[in-house]
Design a protein around this ligand. Structure first.
Ligand code: DAH
Length: 323
């Protein structure tokens, strides 16, 4: 009998060793201690069949084994508690995760895209390090052209420079796409400008280009009017006047009224010069185009009433957190 009892205990220990979950511990309780068919229960009931001489001490052994099995099962059926989980108090307030927000210039670029998307425009990026060819020459500005003076820039070598405007993308795009075309080129530009409230040596532009068989100056004006009203609101005061760009003919500029600073120029535009179309492989007798280049930095100033453009690039969180 003693032997049998020891064997039961050994078997139990072996099984407990391989236990995988608290639920399985419960099934062991039934297997060994179950009221009817529990292995130990059955053995206990056999005691009374033993001759009295052999019963000595058996009762105590059974009791000990039962206690050991019970204690082990109780312990194993508790979910595992590691020191770590004991330390975790789920009622303490969590640490605040700092969530960033979009920079106002990014937001404005996205807003502009959205308005033009509505009019059927897509958009694409272009190189900021550009050849003299695409930045100037293909846009009717050969070396020495006076219009280059207002767009001085940083040269990597004699023919490579940091683009002065997103207009560099016009001929690049025309070369690879067939008319009709409606596209925006947002991106960063560079000029040798002294920083002041409305100028910085690095700034953003969004170029727009449309080429179609029947495009006209009236379409351009209508489109820009639609844009300004959608972006700033119906009552915004704008003014348009004639200008000169070598790559548009005729050319215009648009200014928007700023409460504190008066009129601020937000874009240059015009009908794409036939030479530019030709440089891009488009026949100017079949197609006409218009284009514009606007400054999202200026749009941010006007929209949010900011006086100084430099604050947009200082990365001061006291300013940026307001957006
Ligand atoms: N590239 C001009 C600038 O940087 C802006 C501009 C004027 C872009 C006329 C155009 C345009 O596409 O047609 O000042």
């Amino acid at each position: 009998m003693k032997k049998k009892l020891n064997k039961v205990l050994a078997e139990f220990k072996n099984e407990v060793e391989q236990l995988e979950s608290p639920a399985v511990a419960e099934s062991l309780r039934i297997k060994y201690l179950g009221r009817k068919n529990g292995i130990l229960t059955k053995l206990t009931s056999e005691i009374k069949t033993l001759p009295v001489s052999k019963r000595r001490g058996i009762g105590t052994s059974v009791k000990q084994i039962r206690e050991e099995i019970t204690a082990t099962i109780n312990e194993k059926s508790q979910p595992k508690q590691t020191t770590k989980t004991q330390e975790l108090d789920i009622t303490t307030p969590g640490k605040k995760i700092a969530v960033g927000s979009l920079h106002p210039i990014t937001t404005v670029i996205e807003d502009v895209k959205e308005i033009f998307r509505y009019l059927g425009f897509t958009w694409t990026d272009g190189p900021e390090v550009e050849s003299d060819l695409y930045n100037f020459q293909k846009l009717n500005m050969p070396p020495g052209h006076p219009a280059r003076d207002v767009q001085q820039t940083y040269y990597i070598d004699d023919d490579t420079l940091l683009r002065t405007h997103t207009s560099n993308m016009q001929v690049r795009y025309l070369e690879k796409h067939k008319a009709p075309i409606r596209v925006l080129f947002p991106g960063r530009c560079y000029r040798r400008d002294m920083p002041d409230a409305t100028h910085l040596p690095s700034f953003y532009q969004i170029e727009g280009l449309l080429v179609d068989s029947k495009s006209s100056m009236t379409d351009l004006l209508g489109t820009l009017d639609f844009f300004v009203k959608n972006f700033f609101g119906e009552k915004t005061k704008t003014r348009i006047y004639g200008h000169h760009f070598p790559y548009t003919e005729p050319s215009i500029e648009i200014e928007v009224y700023h409460q504190k600073k008066g009129w601020i120029e937000i874009l240059g535009a015009g009908m794409v010069h036939p030479n530019v179309l030709r440089n891009g492989g488009i026949d100017p007798n079949k197609f006409r185009g218009w284009a514009f280049g606007m400054g999202p930095d200026r749009l941010v100033m006007l929209k949010y009433g900011i006086n100084d453009i430099r604050i947009l690039y200082n990365n001061d969180l006291r300013f940026l957190n307001q957006f």
